[in-house]
Design a protein around this ligand. Structure first.
Ligand code: GCO
Length: 456
């Protein structure tokens, strides 16, 4: 008899404000760094922008109906900071707040639990003009933003994530020029930005707890690729775990997951990193670490890919190259490595014991279209989901505290520098007509949810 996922396991799907809402300058919304970046020639594939995106700002009621059709129990969304506080500080935008107010009410009425990400990359341009993460005032501005949302929505929302993928919005946004705002800064600057992000996280956790009426379940959604041992021998597993959390190159802007999570969950930066970054770090006081390591209730993680590791000489981790023709999605980075979620959750649970784990993103991108039969056939996405969920189910069966899975994404949307080139949705979006069509994967996921993954 096939076993299901644990009772109460939460099945959801995820999106982000800038990627689906559109209405980039409507009803008092201020510009974000992504609005500015997209409006600069040549920054985004074919100069695509999020000006309209999936027009979710106007189509949200219909989109909730589609979530109900899939049978989602939860929906991970983000709030656009400049939509509710146009400059990022000071004056609030009542129309922006009203949008999220009615969206949350609509979700709850549909029996769908809203999970809110406070920051999914749309830094208000007003704060970018003041240095953004370089500015020591940014934690306070973020705290005010968190307090506002918690006070306005915290009587109906209990699940919060402070940040989505700091390694991207800092490590890509301020080093490579590929993501907004397209700055190219030194590692010293990046480490200061990561420090200010950590302080902002700690302040936001406090602000949510102080201002939300409902008991808050708070986490964060960093990202990482999952290290997978070549064999399940002790030496390969030990080497792989080491690889998963090692700091790596001193100048690598995309810092390791341990640099993001250790201060939050263990109250200290990894020793290896303090040594590796010696001379580049800002002053970090004990009181800072106390703020940063405010208790959080779950660890979120966005994980799409994995990489194989074996124990080399003296047990040193050796990363194995992927074989030619290894399965991948439409974007080169998106390889299919099904065991990633099992090993990620196992290694996280060993490093950060007994903290509930939530897969805040996992998904696949393919070139889908509406077929002659009017359906959207996406067998590769179904197979990818099935394989990754088998790994997650193994983890749950072994007692690892996996609590939820949010598929990226509910619908096709704006994929940052790639524009609309890659389709990640379980719902196909015709960007000309804004017509939505549930893909085969949406119906497959509906059955998974209804059976709590019994046939995975
Ligand atoms: C990320 C972001 C999402 C992406 C998705 C596919 O993880 O990069 O959270 O906004 O669209 O992951 O790349």
């Amino acid at each position: 008899m096939a076993s299901s996922f644990p009772k109460g396991f939460l099945w959801g799907a995820a999106t982000a404000a800038y990627q689906i809402e559109g209405a980039w300058n409507e009803d008092g919304k201020g510009p974000s760094v992504w609005d500015e970046f997209c409006h600069r020639d040549g920054k985004v594939w074919q100069n695509h922008t999020g000006d309209v995106a999936c027009d979710h700002y106007h189509l949200w009621k219909n989109d909730i109906k589609l979530m109900q059709e899939i049978g989602l129990k939860a929906y991970r969304m983000s709030v656009s900071w400049p939509r509710v506080i146009p400059l990022g500080y000071g004056k609030q935008n009542p129309k922006g707040l009203a949008f999220y107010d009615k969206l949350i009410d609509g979700l709850l009425k549909a029996g769908i639990d809203p999970w809110i990400t406070l920051f999914h990359w749309d830094m208000p341009q007003g704060l970018q003009d003041k240095g953004a993460w370089m500015n020591s005032d940014i934690p306070k501005h973020f705290e005010d933003y968190a307090a506002l949302l918690a006070s306005k929505l915290g009587d109906r929302v209990s699940n919060w994530m402070t940040f989505n993928e700091p390694q991207c919005f800092i490590g890509i946004g301020y080093s490579s020029g590929i993501h907004a705002p397209g700055d190219k800064r030194s590692m010293r600057d990046l480490l200061l930005m990561y420090f200010n992000f950590h302080l902002a996280h700690g302040r936001a956790v406090q602000a949510i707890r102080q201002n939300a009426k409902l008991k808050a379940n708070i986490g964060m959604a960093p990202c990482t690729s999952g290290a997978i041992p070549e064999t399940e021998s002790k030496k390969d597993i030990d080497a792989t775990k080491k690889s998963m959390f090692t700091i790596g190159d001193r100048e690598n802007a995309f810092v390791n997951i341990s640099w993001i999570l250790d201060p939050v969950l263990l109250g200290k930066y990894p020793e290896e990193g303090l040594k590796r970054y010696e001379g580049l770090l800002p002053e970090i006081k004990d009181s800072d670490l106390k703020l940063i390591s405010q208790k959080i209730d779950f660890i979120g993680c966005n994980c799409y890919t994995g990489y194989k590791v074996k124990a080399g000489k003296d047990g040193k981790p050796e990363t194995l190259a992927k074989p030619i023709g290894h399965p991948r999605g439409h974007l080169d980075w998106l390889t299919v490595d099904p065991e990633a979620l099992y090993w990620l959750t196992r290694f996280f649970n060993e490093r950060y014991p007994d903290k509930p784990l939530v897969i805040t993103e996992n998904g696949f991108c393919s070139l889908d279209w509406v077929a002659l039969d009017g359906k959207v056939h996406d067998p590769a996405r179904i197979d990818q989901m099935h394989r990754y969920l088998k790994g997650l189910k193994r983890a749950a069966a072994e007692g690892i505290p996996v609590k939820a899975y949010f598929h990226w994404s509910l619908m096709d949307n704006f994929e940052w520098a790639e524009g609309y080139r890659a389709r990640f949705g379980m719902i196909h979006v015709d960007y000309t007509t804004q017509k939505r069509t549930l893909k085969d994967s949406a119906y497959w996921y509906k059955d998974v949810i209804a059976s709590n993954g019994k046939d995975i």
